[in-house]
Design a protein around this ligand. Sequence first.
Ligand code: NAD
Length: 355
Amino acid sequence: MQATEAFVYTANAARVVFGAGSIRHLEREIDALGFKRALVLSTPEQRASAEMVADLLGARAAGVFDRAVMHVPIETAREARLIAQQLGADCAVAIGGGSTTGLGKAIALESGLPIIAIPTTYAGSEMTPVYGITEGGMKKTGKDPRVVPRCVIYDPELTLGLPVGMSVTSGINAIAHSAEGLYAPDRNPVINFMAREGIAALGRALPAIRLQPTDLAARTDAFYGAWLCGIVMGSVGMALHHKLCHTLGGTFNLPHAECHTVMLPHALAYNAAAAPEAMRDIAQALGGPSAPAAVFDLARDNGAAVALRDIGMREQDLDKACDIAVQNQYPNPRALDRTALRALFQDAFEGRRPE
Ligand SMILES: NC(=O)c1ccc[n+]([C@@H]2O[C@H](COP(=O)([O-])OP(=O)(O)OC[C@H]3O[C@@H](n4cnc5c(N)ncnc54)[C@H](O)[C@@H]3O)[C@@H](O)[C@H]2O)c1
């Protein structure tokens, strides 16, 4: 797509502070936003990071809530919201991956409590108005500008300890946002540029991180890519790939980033003939023979699982997954065809490399 065509571009107004050591600017950022007391959010595993943030904030720290978990159960969001109220917090600082950012978003959605996000994975949630909340075993998702963080601090030093396996799958999760952005009906030249740049940065960075997990330059490059891919996801509509992953994660409880990593080559292969320009851009950004094969090779060559059967999917559930996937029609370059989708699921289950 070229800038000679008419288009609409809406930017989500998040301020970004980027670079190694940038967490030291947190207090400055909170001051600039006019906030006085922050509730710090984290998972139990990242309690130490949350305490480090609370120490940085000193008197501006209202407390730490360390019970963020995957899929944001509504009970956890309500509890955190209540604690924020009791402690007199006027903002939340979410340090962690998509699950912790997601908790911050769920609090913001109901109470309007503004969020400052300090991401530590490449999932990209901090750049999107998309939220997800699980109630009674059902995850509902929606879009609301109130959940977009007011400020995002990308400090690559905080990702030095992200295990290589999670770095690779989380990075490919980010690539998936840009890949689908490149064939979104509401895409535009600005988003296309960010998508290509984001994919290329992650395509360079992930192999370097696998070789040397503490390579700060590679970590910085990966965060830059993740940021751009997050913007893409937050700005244009996602399609088949994200819907399939939502089904697999929600119904079969498959791990989020791993599921994206396995499914992306197959979703791209499904859409390849219907979105040739996007495929060319993805292949070029990754320097591979074709978009599906290049994503598959990036995952496999860097040690990620490439088969659904290796991340907890049972073969007898493939039919059910396929039924759910075709239930709702949504914008996708190629129409949803049950037979072709069933073949896609089989390929993904077995981890076949798309040719
Ligand atoms: N709303 C959106 O726009 C959006 C976008 C992407 C993902 N998500 C959601 O985010 C969730 C997945 O997020 P995720 O993949 O970032 O994983 P996650 O947030 O669930 O984190 C997984 C684990 O890794 C730990 N971790 C995170 N950063 C670490 C680090 N630097 N070092 C060591 N451990 C670290 C976490 O504490 C957690 O235990 C899913 O629920 C998904 O739906 C939402």
